[in-house]
Design a protein. Structure first.
Length: 98
């Protein structure tokens, strides 16, 4: 599902203007980026947790050129669904059967 698909689906389900929904989604994404950039977990009760995982700077070797490259530090996110969300997905029969 693309960002546009998500915006359209939420606008339809919530009977809201598409621009309002896009602003809400952008605000949500901005808040998650900001908090996780500070290495803080974002918890949404009943939905799950966005957990930042910091990777320190390191040196990688390019396999084709054999050059050493310094990779900057970065923060990636791991999403951990809540038990409530997992059970709701299981009730509806998730696509992957989990």
């Amino acid at each position: 599902m693309s960002k546009t698909d998500l915006s359209n689906e939420l606008a339809n389900r919530l009977n809201r203007d598409i621009d309002d929904v896009k602003a809400l989604l952008e605000g949500f994404a901005s808040t998650v980026r900001s908090r996780c950039g500070e290495n803080r977990t974002v918890a949404l009760p009943g939905f799950g947790n966005f957990i930042p995982q910091k990777e320190d700077e390191h040196i990688e070797v390019d396999a084709t050129t054999n050059r050493r490259v310094l990779m900057p530090p970065r923060v990636s996110l791991r999403f951990e669904p809540s038990t409530i969300l997992k059970s709701k997905i299981a009730e509806k029969g998730g696509q992957d059967g989990k």
